[in-house]
Structures are given as C-alpha cells and as structure tokens.
Design a protein. Structure first.
Ligand SMILES: [Zn+2]
Length: 98
C-alpha cells in the first residue's frame, strides 16, 4: 500500500457499475401545448366558455313544478351545450384530444 502512496497514486477500487435504470416510457408530447384553438381568431387556450341553451331560472322553475320535467330539462340543456371561444365567442373550436 505504501508503494502506491509513494508513487503519488491512489488505489481506486473499481466502482461497481450501477444497474441500468429501467428506461422510463417516453411520454408522448402533444403537438400543441394548448388544447383548444379557435378557427376564427386563432386564439389558443386550455379553457373554453361553455354555453347551455335555456336558462337557469327556467330549470329551477321546472324542478320545483315537476322534478321529472326538471330532470328532462337539465339533461336537454346538458346535451345541447356548446364550447365557445374565450376571446371572440365563436363556436368553431378545434379540440386536440391527448
Ligand atoms: Zn376566437
């Protein structure tokens, strides 16, 4: 051991090679970082303004008058809702599904 030190060397024991890390699955990166794009004004965002047909007052009234009709009204409103552009209010939105 002293011989090594005199020569100015140090003895490095071979470090055990770490086992190869399990290769993580590459996460597919979306083409665009934002989900929605307006075709009219080109506005890109991750949120849209949702608009339902009818109004909330009518919905509450129908629920009070007849829960069955109220439920039907709610389902109809939910089915008919549209995604609108936050910027210009256009209906023409393209959605990228990740
Ligand atoms: Zn727009």
């Amino acid at each position: 051991m002293a011989y090594w030190l005199v020569l100015g060397r140090t003895y490095d024991p071979p470090t055990p090679t770490p086992p190869p890390a399990p290769s993580a699955k590459p996460v597919p990166t979306p083409m665009r970082p934002l989900r929605y794009e307006c075709q009219r004004c080109g506005h890109q965002s991750n949120t849209v303004r949702e608009e339902k047909p009818g109004n909330l007052f009518m919905e509450i009234c129908t629920w009070i008058a007849n829960p069955f009709v109220g439920g039907l009204y709610s389902v109809t409103r939910e089915a008919g809702k549209k995604a609108l552009c936050v910027n210009c209010g256009s209906e023409h939105m393209t959605e990228e599904v990740w």
